[in-house]
Design a binder for this molecule. Structure first.
Ligand code: HH2
Length: 279
């Protein structure tokens, strides 16, 4: 078993993983499940990105296509038109920017515009996405999703969710390394809510130590998701702050290196306190 890197190499940035990192969500979409339409205007999106950094976020994750359950894909050109100007302006401010995309052309163009990380919720299944990673020195997030967003929540089934998701992620990471992506650039994400029931999500969160033991840093994106509403009873995603913070704190306690969240300031504060208690 390999030792987990204590750094994450992301283009010009070498991010220390000695402390957990907060990745702030910036959805430049009309239809994301909790903040759709809030930051469609590039100027507003850039202000939001700057706020993420001011609140202690280490990475800004810019997405131009909602992948909420049941969502339709958008054209690559439309997606690029949404994200490129925002990526370019925030990257020019010297901040690590990741691009949340399933499309290799969008990823490659955003890297050229200054993005440092490709966050692919389809887990680098597309060989062209692997090529986009190989051709750059960006960091990569390899996420597990069952099928496609349109249908992923239609009775998702696993025999052993932790083993199956882990097996997929490790195979994808091995393929990336084989293709020439250094291990220190790779982070794995079990994909909370992407073709998973409440029980699957809980099993994956409880299984973080097992996944982390394979020697890759782990990212968890639980923020505002449906399972938090199922547990806490809050129907409005943006109001699921307490549950989202609990999930982030538990994920880090169990070994996650990066948490992807909407409520950056509150999460940063909670992680500072829980980290101080743990010593
Ligand atoms: N979740 C979402 C989007 N991208 N990326 C990673 N690595 N991990 C996640 O859990 C993850 C992700 C979904 O959340 P959000 O961006 O808020 O919603 P939408 O897909 O509707 O834009």
């Amino acid at each position: 078993m390999n030792e987990t890197p204590r750094i994450w190499r992301c283009g010009a940035f070498t991010l220390s993983l000695d402390k957990s990192l907060v990745m702030g969500v910036l959805n430049v979409t009309p239809d994301s499940f909790s903040d759709g339409g809030d930051f469609e205007d590039p100027g507003r999106a850039v202000v939001r990105g700057e706020r993420i950094v001011a609140e202690g976020g280490a990475i800004i994750d810019v997405g131009g296509e909602s992948t909420r359950p049941g969502s339709d894909a958008v054209s690559h050109l439309e997606e690029l038109a949404r994200v490129r100007p925002v990526v370019q302006r925030l990257a020019a401010e010297g901040v690590p920017v990741s691009v949340d995309t399933r499309h290799a052309t969008v990823a490659a163009d955003c890297i050229k515009a200054g993005a440092s990380i490709i966050n692919d919720v389809s887990g680098f299944r597309d060989p062209e996405m692997v090529a986009a990673a190989v051709e750059s020195d960006c960091g990569v997030v390899v996420m597990h999703m069952l099928g496609e967003p349109k249908t992923m929540q239609e009775e998702p089934h696993y025999t052993d969710v932790t083993a199956e998701v882990g097996g997929f992620l490790l195979a994808q990471a091995a393929a990336l390394e084989e293709a020439g992506v250094a291990r220190e650039r790779i982070v794995l994400d079990p994909g909370i809510g992407f073709g998973k029931t409440l029980e699957h999500n809980l099993a994956l969160l409880r299984g973080i130590p097992v996944l982390a033991a394979h020697g890759y840093p782990i990212l968890i994106g639980a923020s505002r998701k449906r399972f938090i509403g199922e547990i806490g009873g809050e129907k409005e995603p943006a109001a699921r702050v307490g549950g989202s913070i609990a999930a982030a704190v538990e994920a880090v306690r169990l070994g996650a290196a990066v948490v992807r969240v909407h409520d950056v300031a509150a999460t940063v504060e909670a992680l500072a306190v829980s980290g101080a208690i743990r010593g």
